[in-house]
Each structure stands twice: as C-alpha cells, then as structure tokens.
Design a binder for this molecule. Structure first.
Ligand SMILES: [Zn+2]
Length: 471
C-alpha cells in the first residue's frame, strides 16, 4: 500500500536592518560574545522596547512579494518559555494579528503553496558549547526575524527545495535579508506527516527543528518519511513530537514532546503599542520594490526571446542577471549573450558563491562588444571561446588584444576556394557520400574549417559542398 507525505514549513528569515528590532544595537553577524547587546535586548528591568520601523517595512515588502494581504493593524505578543538563550524568558512575537497573511506561491509543477502568515519577531541568543562548558552569547538576541508559515501543501522534498530557493531569491532581490543559510539567517522547521493513499485525514505530524542547509532538509524529509512508513507498517503509532536531524547519522531523532501554542501562555506585550501601517504607506512600499524574479523571467522570455529554462538559469543569480543585461545592452544580442553565459561563463564561475557574486575578472561591456561584432557578422562565432579565454586571462578589452581581421569570416569566394581544394583532396569521402553515407561529408567540412582556420561558416560550407558534388 502506498503512502502520501504532507509537509508544512515554518521558515525564519533574519532581516538585514542595520539595528535590532527593539533597540539600536547592531545586527551584524559575529563579533565578540555579548558585545552587540544593551539593557533592552537582554531585557534588564526598567528597559523598554521600541519597535524599529524598518522591520515593519521590510516585512511588508516580503509579504507583498509573496501575495499576502497586509494587516494595517497588527500587534506584538509575548511568547513565554524558559531557555538560557532567552534572557527575558519570553520572546516578543505576533500571535493573533500578524503583519501579513493569506499569501501564496506557485511552483513549477503547478502546485500552489498557501502562506498562512508572515509575522515579525525577535531572534534569541546562542548557546556556545566548549568541552564541558556552555556559554551564552546574546549578540543575536533581538535581531529581527520574519517567520513565514505555510499550510501543509507540500508533498515532496523536491517541492520544499524549490519553494525555499524561490523564497531565498525573493528575499535577496528585495534586499530584506542576505539569507545566508550557513550563518543561520535563513532556517527552517519542517512539519511532516504521512497517510495511506486515499485517506482523507492527515496523519500525526512530527516537527524537525532548525535546519539551515537545503541538502540536510531534503535528507531529513526523506529519512523521516521512511521512519514513519516503517513505524506504521509495524503497527506502531506516530507520536506528535519535536525531532532534530543528526547530520552524522543522516537520521532524525527525538528531542521532546510537541508543545502547542497554549503552552506558551501568549499575551499582548504591554510595553508595545499596536502596530499601524496605512494603505498609502503600503502602496508606497509596493511602488519602491524592484522587479521580482517571476516578473524578470517573463520579461526575459518576452523581450529577449529566451526559453523558460534558459531565463530561469540566469535569474537565479541576481548579480549575474545584471551582468547579463549589460551584455545585452552593449551587444543587442540577447540569445547569443544567454548562450555564452550558460555555456562559457558558468564554466568559469565554478561554485554557487561565485555565481551569486558574478565574480568575473572583466566587465560585461567587454564581452558585449565581442558579441556585437559577432551579431553584426564582422567576426565569426567560431572564435568566441578563444577570444573570451584570452580576455579573461589578460583582463583587457577586445581592441587591446586583437584585430577584427584576425577573426573575420571568409567571404563567399574565399570559402569557395577552400571548398574546392577540400573536395579535390577527398575523392573517397565524395564517393562514400554519393553512395549514401551522408556522414562522410563531415570529413570534407572538417578540412575546410581547418584550412580556413575557422573563418568559414560551417553551414554555408556544408551547403556548398553538397551543391558541388551532386552536380
Ligand atoms: Zn540592544
């Protein structure tokens, strides 16, 4: 009997405001322990929080970009729990009136993921273990977060991955977060349950907490799915609980029983007033937003004539997309530029970080100039790789390295003389071709390309050979 998996996600994204959510301490990552703190963010008696307006604006942008309704009136609540990384013994969050709600995102397979809500809250500090000691660093305490909560609409690890990649790209495009998963500025709790195919009721869910790597998230989902299937097959019950992913075993393990929101004794924070944002302010924020990834993809397909696969590969990297657009501006050749980016420049930009930073040693204009010459038929397409490799190595523009005549295309009469010479030397290949072995023609084309040092156009050469030997 088959099983269906159902997954809901809670994603925490640290906002890149300069200062914390309720005080003016820096949000910078790292620093000596407990140096980015003040009485407010560690909750000393007598200190009072004051909401950083930029946090509201960043979160509203995140909500607009994920098709949420914005709550013009929202409220801050205390979520009470005791843990050493939380010196106040409560976290300020939002319970019943979140800033954004009812959003959605559509995945490439057509599945719509509903976003229940996006609320703002403060991050906790961090426990640092060394030997038998555990120390606490409150630098991260009070850094603003948004928590993005989906409905249980995912049915595979692949869908989860695509959603998180899209979400990260949106947040980075909006410049509201750097979403560096390895530094914990984007992390994810995964709620997962299984049910027998055809069952209406969802199975009991478990929650895997605090994961900050896409590959671990995929592995954790897979391992938790297998664990739950095995348990049900053995006639066991799934227990509602919080689990963690053990990176060394590749399996999930139990942490504690699952709490629900009643356990936190939420109540409205008496130190903070209601949060208002007017419809006019929301519209101003909407107008200030940059082009979003899906809008950009549509534009690349419509304006530049790219396929959806090619445009997707380019828009995944914000800075690289800008680089691409500059190449297009200079060359007027969007398809040539996309082809060169995907086949040649991706080879140079070896890892994801290099692609994200578009760390190429030459400006886009240099390559754009070469593509313009190709597009105008002044130099042959066959030399692009050679020219590019030389420019990347010497870091100089085309004009300082080469002459156009080095790479100009052979004209018709030049091509014809190369073709005549090659045919004269290829009696056997000509006979084979005439006897029906069509592939024999490649040997003759090869001779022409070699003799012309790549300046002849392969397609023209092929047509010319066929015409000549058939007559
Ligand atoms: Zn502070």
């Amino acid at each position: 009997m088959g099983y269906e998996m159902t997954i809901g996600l809670e994603t925490h994204v640290e906002l890149s405001t300069k200062t914390k959510i309720f005080c003016s301490c820096t949000t910078e990552f790292g620093g000596d322990p407990n140096t980015h703190c003040c009485p407010v963010c560690i909750g000393l008696p007598g200190s009072l929080p004051k909401l950083n307006r930029a946090v509201v604006e960043y979160a509203v942008k995140a909500g607009l970009a994920t098709n949420c309704e914005i709550g013009y009136t929202s409220k801050m609540d205390r979520k009470n729990y005791v843990y050493p990384d939380l010196s106040k013994a409560y976290q300020i969050s939002q319970l019943d009136y979140p800033l954004c709600k009812n959003g959605h995102m559509t995945l490439s397979d057509g599945q719509t993921i509903r976003l229940n809500r996006i609320h703002i809250e403060e991050d906790a500090g961090k426990l640092v273990h060394s030997g038998n000691d555990t120390n606490v660093d409150y630098n991260r305490g009070g850094v603003p977060l948004i928590e993005i909560v989906t409905e249980p609409d995912f049915h595979s690890a692949q869908q989860v991955r695509e959603y998180l990649e899209n979400l990260r790209l949106i947040m980075k495009t909006l410049d509201v977060s750097d979403c560096k998963m390895q530094e914990g500025s984007m992390r994810c709790d995964v709620n997962i349950s299984i049910r027998r195919t055809g069952d209406k009721k969802l199975g009991t869910r478990t929650e895997i907490k605090n994961m900050n790597s896409l590959s671990f998230i995929s592995k954790a989902i897979e391992s938790e799915y297998n664990r739950q299937v095995d348990a049900l097959e053995c006639g066991e019950q799934i227990i509602q609980e919080t689990r963690r992913f053990n990176e060394s075993t590749g399996e999930t393990e139990s942490m504690r029983g699952k709490e629900d929101s009643n356990d936190y004794r939420y109540f409205g924070d008496p130190d903070l007033p209601i949060v208002y944002i007017s419809p006019e302010e929301v519209e101003q924020l909407r107008a200030s937003m940059p082009e979003l990834p899906d809008q950009k993809q549509v534009r690349y397909m419509r304006e530049y004539g790219l396929s959806d696969g090619d445009s997707m590969q380019i828009i995944r990297y914000t800075k690289l997309a800008l680089y691409y657009e500059k190449m297009v501006d200079v060359s007027g050749a969007p398809k040539l530029a996309a082809n060169l980016l995907i086949t040649q420049l991706f080879r140079v930009l070896e890892d994801e970080e290099a692609k994200e930073n578009a760390s190429l040693p030459i400006p886009a204009e240099y390559i754009g100039e070469v593509l313009k010459l190709v597009n105008e038929g002044k130099i042959s397409n066959n030399f692009i790789k050679k020219i590019l490799d030389e420019m990347l190595e010497k870091q100089k523009p085309f004009a300082e390295l080469f002459k156009i005549s080095d790479f100009s295309m052979a004209d018709e009469s030049e091509t014809e003389s190369f073709v005549d010479a090659a045919i004269a030397e290829s009696a056997a290949a000509v006979q084979d071709y005439l006897a029906g072995k069509e592939k024999a023609i490649f040997a003759i084309i090869g001779k022409v390309m070699k003799a012309s040092k790549g300046k002849a156009d392969a397609k023209t050469v092929e047509e010319m050979i066929i015409k000549k030997i058939k007559n």
